[in-house]
Design a protein around this ligand. Structure first.
Ligand code: HEC
Ligand code: HEC
Length: 377
C-alpha cells in the first residue's frame, strides 16, 4: 500500500510543498468552482431507483430504528449506540451489547461509528466485514450481539446467525406486533404476513436505509470558503485546509467529498506485542491477507469534531491526539504501517488541522427528523 501512496504523492505534487510558507490565499479555479478541488462538496443524495425514497418508507424505517421490542432483550434500540442527537454515534469508547444489561461484559470490541453520510459510503465497518449494501447494513445488527444479546451468546463474538435473526424479526413484525404489516403494505405494496423471513428482512432494511438518509453532514463552513466565501472560516482553518491537502499529506487517505478513500490502512492503531499478536487484526479478519493485519477503514471526517472518541477502539479522545499519534513515532510503531511518509508537525500546525476539521461540521439536521417517532404500531 505504501507504494500506492508514494505514487499518489507524485500525482498530487505534494513533495514539492514541504517547506513552503502556508499561503491561504487560494484562487477559486474557474474549472471546478473550488479553491481545493481534492475536497469537493457532498453531492446530492443518491437516487436509488430500486428503492425510491418515500415518506412512508422513511416513517417505517424510523419506527424500526426506534422500536425496542425488536431487540433480543426487548429493551434496546439502534439509537442506544447510534444516538440521533449526537451525530448517530455514542460518546463512549466501547459500548455494551444490548444496553438493557448495563454492566455486561465483555463490551463490543469495536467503537460505534457515526452513521452520518453512511448513505454515500461505498464501504463500511472498521474492517469492511459483511459489507454488501446500505439496506443490508441497516438490518444486519438485528442478527448481532448489538441488538440480539438474549438470543446469541456474547462469547460467540462476531459469529452471527442471519436466518435465525430473520425468523425472529419476521415473527416480531407479524405475530408479536401485528400493526407493522399494514405499514409495510403501505410502504412497499407487499404483505409481510405471507412473505418469506428473508423478504421481510430485506424490506425492513430498505425502509431503514431510507430513514438513514436524514443522517447527512453537508454544507459546512469549509464548503462555503472552498467555493469562494472568504469570511466563512477562520485563518487557522484555512491554514489547516492547506496543510491537510499539502504538507501534512492527510489527503492521501482522507480525500474526496467525504474525506475518505474508503480503503484500509495500517496507521499503527493495533500494534503487535512481543509475540506478534495484535489486539485487533482488522481487515485481515476479512481477507486473510498478511499485509492487511492491523489495517482499518479510513473514516469519513465530515462532522468529526462531534464524534469523539476516535479510532476503531475509541482510544483517542481528541482530534489533536489522533494527529499527534499520526505524526509522531507512535504512528510508525507497526511494521506494516502506511504512515512512514508523514513528517512531524508543530503544535501550531496540529491546531490548524483541528480548526480545519471543525470547519467541516455540517448544517444542522432538522430536529423533527432526529426525534423518535410520535407513535409505534
Ligand atoms: C450496542 C451498540 C450498538 C447497537 C445497539 C447498534 N449498533 Fe450499529 N454499530 C455498533 C458498532 C460497535 C459498530 C462497528 C462494528 C464494526 O465496524 O466492527 C456498528 C456499525 C454499524 C454500521 C456500519 C457503519 C459504518 O460506518 O461502518 C451500521 C450501518 C449500523 N451499525 C447500524 C445500526 C442499526 C441500524 C442498528 C439497529 C438495528 C444498530 N446499528 C445497533 C454498535 C451498535
Ligand atoms: C495512510 C492513510 C492515512 C493518512 C495519511 C491519514 N489518515 Fe487519518 N485515518 C486513517 C485510518 C485508517 C484511520 C482509522 C484508524 C483506526 O480506526 O484504527 C484514521 C483515523 C483518523 C481520524 C479519526 C476519525 C474517527 O472517526 O475515528 C482522524 C481525525 C484522522 N484520521 C485525521 C487525519 C489527519 C488530520 C491526517 C493528516 C495528518 C490523517 N488522518 C492522515 C488513515 C489515514
Amino acid at each position: 500500500m505504501t507504494r500506492t501512496l508514494l505514487a499518489a504523492i507524485g500525482a498530487l505534487g505534494l513533495a514539492a510543498c514541504t517547506d513552503a510558507p502556508v499561503s491561504t490565499d487560494l484562487p477559486v479555479d474557474p474549472a471546478t468552482g473550488l479553491r481545493i478541488a481534492a475536497l469537493p462538496p457532498v453531492p446530492a443524495l443518491p437516487d436509488w431507483p430500486d428503492n425510491p425514497p418515500t415518506e412512508d418508507k422513511k416513517a417505517l424505517g424510523r419506527m424500526l430504528f426506534n422500536d425496542m421490542r425488536l431487540s433480543g432483550s426487548g429493551r434496546t434500540v439502534c439509537g442506544n449506540c447510534h444516538l440521533q442527537t449526537t451525530a448517530f454515534q455514542s460518546g463512549g469508547p466501547l459500548d455494551s451489547p444490548d444496553r438493557s444489561f448495563p454492566a455486561i461484559t465483555p463490551t463490543l470490541h469495536r467503537h460505534t461509528p457515526s452513521l452520518l453520510n453512511l448513505v454515500y459510503a461505498p464501504m463500511a465497518r472498521w474492517d469492511g466485514a459483511h459489507f454488501t449494501d446500505i439496506p443490508d447494513l441497516m438490518v444486519l445488527p438485528f442478527a448481532e450481539p448489538n441488538m440480539n444479546l438474549s438470543k446469541l451468546a456474547v462469547s460467540a463474538g462476531d459469529e452471527i446467525d442471519v436466518p435465525a435473526a430473520q425468523a425472529n424479526l419476521q415473527r416480531a413484525l407479524t405475530v408479536d406486533i401485528p400493526g407493522y404489516a399494514p405499514l409495510f403494505q403501505q410502504a412497499f405494496g407487499e404483505d409481510i404476513t405471507t412473505a418469506t423471513p428473508a423478504r421481510t428482512w430485506r424490506l425492513a432494511g430498505l425502509a431503514m436505509a431510507v430513514y438513514i438518509r436524514i443522517a447527512v453532514s453537508r454544507d459546512s463552513d469549509f464548503d462555503a470558503w472552498n467555493a469562494g466565501d472568504d469570511a466563512a472560516i477562520s485563518d487557522a482553518a484555512k491554514r489547516g485546509a492547506v496543510l491537510f491537502t499539502g504538507k501534512a499529506k492527510c489527503v492521501l487517505c482522507h480525500s474526496g467529498p467525504l474525506l475518505s478513500d474508503f480503503k484500509f490502512h495500517n496507521v499503527s492503531t493495533s500494534v503487535p506485542d512481543a509475540s506478534g499478536q495484535r489486539p485487533d487484526d482488522g481487515r485481515f479478519l476479512v481477507t486473510g491477507v498478511e499485509e492487511d493485519r492491523g489495517a482499518f477503514l479510513t473514516p469519513m471526517l465530515r462532522s468529526a469534531a462531534r464524534t469523539s472518541p476516535y479510532l476503531h477502539d475509541g482510544s483517542q479522545v481528541s482530534i489533536a491526539k489522533v494527529i499527534e499519534h499520526f505524526t509522531s513515532a507512535s504512528g510508525q510503531a507497526d511494521p506494516l504501517n502506511d504512515l512512514n511518509l508523514l513528517e512531524p508537525l508543530s503544535q501550531g500546525e496540529i491546531d490548524d488541522l483541528v480548526q480545519f476539521i471543525k470547519s467541516l461540521d455540517g448544517a444542522p439536521i432538522p430536529i423533527a427528523d432526529l426525534a423518535p417517532p410520535p407513535t409505534l404500531p
